[in-house]
Design a protein around this ligand. Structure first.
Ligand SMILES: Cc1cc2nc3c(=O)[nH]c(=O)nc-3n(C[C@H](O)[C@H](O)[C@H](O)COP(=O)(O)O)c2cc1C
Length: 344
């Protein structure tokens, strides 16, 4: 057993958390992760013109019907995500109104925008006063970690550039970012994210001061995940060099290299991104959204296929509980063997 601040905080068996992977669904995946002793996380989903509020509520109900373990969910609070302020108001109210959700839904991960959107929501404040819910925000750079802490979050998800999906302009590796954040903010609960797929990486994260790891790409390649089989099948064959950073709606994103990624440049900083946003029309945004729907339907050449460099380590599709048991078992063995390195 590996007991950390985060396993104690959430009442989970293992320091392993599911990374949110919107706009795709991670509902069955979240159940499998929570049932295996980790913390499953629902994604912010709004594919095919569906309402993110209805989808999130439906997915939350699905989770509590299928597990009595703790779980969490994501809201992307980007300025390019117009439904975010609404979700920050209505979802805490929804949780308040359901006893199972009040007990089980203990983790809200906000990302891709301001940590204040949730922190300043009155209904979130009420929820926080009467439940054990915690809000962690994604910090892909040191200055953002400080901003999150100043906003009053309970913890950080420190995500480096090797990770799949949403990324920062700074392109700092998880290894360096973790050291920066733990040196500056040694007391803040911390989830390490981006590039994790093995027990050795969990052992490394814990020794660098993290309290848990979150994995995205590793969990896509599972029998339980709802990703299209074509998407999952990319992973065992792929190499670490098969991904690249391109410009996404919220900023840089890491994608598997394909026809879609080839046609996207990479903005160098936020100013350039803001200038590009001014040129964007609703039609262009809808056209981009279509490429996520293509991926959802299995068109992995023309769709946006978000994946991290860790695909270079993953060799097969597995069951969620065997991944979690192997990662934790290997980490424990490595940590136990480490004291032998110290000369008496
Ligand atoms: C398919 C996919 C979709 C993602 N969508 C989101 C999202 O909606 N919100 C978010 O905060 N991060 C998102 N991310 C980033 C992940 O939460 C996480 O940071 C990343 O997967 C970690 O790197 P790894 O893939 O190496 O584990 C996404 C990642 C992937 C692979």
């Amino acid at each position: 057993m590996l007991e950390t601040n985060i396993t104690k905080m959430f009442g989970i068996e293992h320091p392993i958390i599911g990374a949110p992977m919107g706009p795709f669904y991670t509902t069955k995946l979240a159940v499998a992760i929570s049932e295996a002793g980790g913390l499953g996380v629902l994604s912010h989903t709004n594919l095919l013109g569906r309402s993110s509020e209805k989808e999130l509520k439906k997915n939350m109900e699905y989770v509590v019907e299928h597990t009595d373990k703790p779980f969490g969910f994501n809201i992307r609070t980007s300025r390019m995500q117009p439904d975010a302020p609404h979700l920050c108001r209505v979802i805490p109210k929804f949780i308040m109104g359901d006893q199972r959700l009040r007990e089980q839904c203990t983790y809200i991960i906000t990302s891709a925008g301001s940590p204040k959107t949730l922190q300043s929501s009155r209904s979130y404040k009420k929820l926080k006063e009467s439940t054990e819910v915690k809000n962690f925000h994604v910090a892909p750079a040191l200055w953002l970690a400080k901003k999150c802490i100043d906003s009053g979050v309970d913890g950080l998800v420190v995500t480096g550039t090797e990770g799949g999906g949403h990324q920062s302009y700074e392109k700092i590796s998880t290894l360096v970012l973790l050291q920066q954040v733990t040196e500056k903010f040694p007391d803040i609960p911390l989830v390490a994210c981006g590039g994790f797929a093995t027990g050795a990486s969990l052992a490394a994260a814990l020794s660098l001061g993290a309290d848990a790891i979150a994995m995205g790409s590793r969990f896509i390649a599972t029998h339980e995940s709802e990703f299209h089989e074509n998407y999952k099948d990319i992973i065992p064959e792929a190499d670490a060099v098969d991904t690249e950073l391109v410009t996404g709606v919220f900023g840089p994103i890491r994608l598997w290299k394909n026809e879609y990624s080839k046609n996207h440049g990479l903005v160098s900083d936020k100013q350039e991104k803001l200038a590009a946003e001014h040129q964007m029309t609703v039609e262009m945004l809808m056209e981009d959204q279509k490429h996520y729907e293509m991926t959802y339907d299995g068109d992995i050449q023309h769709g946006a296929v978000l994946l991290g460099q860790s695909i270079g380590i993953i060799e097969k599709l597995e069951k969620v509980n065997s991944i979690i048991n192997n990662v934790v078992g290997d980490a424990e063995r490595i940590i136990k063997e480490l004291p032998d390195l110290v000369k008496k």
